[in-house]
Design a protein around this ligand. Structure first.
Ligand code: NAD
Length: 442
């Protein structure tokens, strides 16, 4: 199958994309996520020196597995879903990256997400390669029992390539601690021994780590605070707009609000809300927990989804899906700084517009690396069966994020490049240096 091809729809259960006639990756700039990643790599090759010799490695996933996931539905019929696990690069260690359940998931998207994991893991210098997985399904259309059966069958199918020293999945969009518990149990049953280290993002009572739930949002907040200092932005009086109010966006919004910033706009799959004086973030979190969406939150004004990009704000946090900031809306954004909580939210064309307009973009490959950093801590704790306190975890996370960000900032200054290109320079050099040291097999 061509990497950009949309796989055949696997089940009549699959709902049309939320709020769109076409998935956003077909609408924006006409590039799939994998195409965007390839452009990002091309931009960095001139900075790789002699390591450029190995750059082709970055443009090909090491391994891509497509699996059929048949399950019996509650009504007795059988539905088939298409699942993926892609290991982009394992030069620096086992594959590592989340699993996404979404009706728009494609092989191209999972390939790009796996590649961004290689870059991210190298950028924060955790000893992993990059991987990602997903199932093309709308999980909201499944019962809990169907979701569990689908997760278990998928885990069994990809069981031939995952494992605590081979490739370690984690949560991503629409997957959570419970899904990780089912994955861990299924893998362990097939192995005949409990293998807590096969996934991260597990419940704390099953070998999960304290601090993991908030880690990505905390990392977003940490690099945001660091960058704000560099550009003289006072976060305490800043206005923040957040797209996506889940694990990443919800936590980042909470942490910014706790420092005094005003969260003025939030968009999720259900709609967009606005409150100039600042939304009550804990109350909004309680509303989302109860209703599933920010829609209908009583203490806010409803605005049109597209108006979100015109909102007067200082900090914009895309924390939903890819290709949200495109050439079509980048010119309208008012923020001074964009912190990419989501993976791949900005297209290369939009990146250029934002750079021209002097809007600082903190790229996904560093800004949302907090999650995988604490996943790394979880994996280390599982191996040693010795668990750390939450304070210790948060302190180590903040130290790693600050150090990584400061290194990337310096490279950006030295080469006069964007933070995205700087992060790619740091990461690609680490990956390709490892590649060179290992040599070509056989
Ligand atoms: P989540 O499922 O917890 O939340 C996703 C949010 O996006 C929800 O609020 C949902 O309503 C919203 N959303 C979905 N479709 C939307 C649309 N069309 N328009 C506006 N909002 C929409 O997922 P998450 O774990 O918070 O992940 C969000 C992003 O962050 C993804 O790009 C993911 O890859 C990335 N990320 C997640 C982690 C992690 O640890 N969870 C780590 C790194 C990166």
């Amino acid at each position: 199958m061509s990497p950009n091809a949309t796989p055949p729809v696997a089940s009549s259960l699959i709902a049309p994309p939320l709020g769109h006639a076409l998935p956003s990756y077909l609408q924006a700039d006409n590039l799939g996520p994998w195409g965007i990643y390839l452009q990002q790599v091309d931009r960095v090759i001139p900075y790789l020196g002699h390591l450029a010799r190995w750059a082709e490695t970055l443009k090909r996933p090491k391994r891509a597995l497509v699996v059929d996931v048949p399950i019996q539905l509650d009504n007795g019929t059988v539905a088939h879903f298409e699942g993926y696990r892609v290991q982009h690069n394992t030069s620096r260690g086992p594959g590592k990256g989340g699993v996404r359940f979404h009706q728009d998931v494609t092989l191209s998207e999972v390939m790009a997400l796996s590649a961004w994991m290689s870059i991210k893991n190298a950028a924060v210098n955790v000893p992993y390669g990059g991987a990602k997985g997903g199932i093309r399904v709308d999980p909201k259309a499944l019962s809990r029992g169907e979701l569990e059966r689908m997760t278990r069958r998928y885990t069994s199918e990809i069981g031939i390539i995952i494992g605590p020293t081979k490739d370690i999945p984690a949560p991503d969009v629409n997957t959570n601690e419970q899904v990780m518990a089912w994955m861990m149990d299924t893998y362990s049953m097939n192995q005949g021994a409990t293998a807590t280290g096969v996934v991260t993002g597990k419940p704390v009572d099953l070998g999960g780590s304290l601090g993991r739930r908030d880690a990505t949002g905390r990392g977003v907040f940490t690099v945001g605070m660091e960058a704000a200092q560099h550009i003289g932005l006072d976060v305490v009086s800043a206005r923040v707009a957040v797209q996506g109010f889940g694990n990443v966006g919800g936590v980042a919004a909470r942490l910014f609000a706790q420092t005094g910033a005003r969260v003025v706009a939030v968009q999720d799959h259900g709609g967009t809300i606005y409150q100039a004086s600042g939304l009550d973030v804990p109350a909004l979190q309680a509303h989302v927990a109860a209703t599933g969406s920010v829609a209908g939150f009583p203490q806010a004004e409803v605005i049109a989804n597209d108006t979100f990009w015109d909102v007067d704000c200082d900090i914009l946090i895309p924390a939903a899906l890819e290709q949200q900031i495109t050439a079509a809306n980048a010119g309208r954004i008012k923020a001074r700084m964009i912190i990419e909580g989501a993976n791949g939210p900005t297209t290369p064309a939009a990146d250029d517009i934002l750079q021209e307009r002097g809007i600082l973009v903190l790229p996904d490959v560093i800004a949302n690396a907090g999650g995988v950093t604490v996943s790394y801590f979880e994996w280390v704790q599982d191996f040693s069966s010795y668990f750390w306190s939450e304070d210790e975890i948060n302190a180590r996370l903040v130290r790693i994020m600050k150090e990584a960000f400061s290194g990337v900032w310096q490279v950006a200054q030295d080469h006069k490049v964007s933070l995205r290109t700087a992060t790619f320079i740091v990461a690609c050099k680490r990956i390709l240096h490892a590649r060179e040291l290992r040599g070509l097999y056989p």
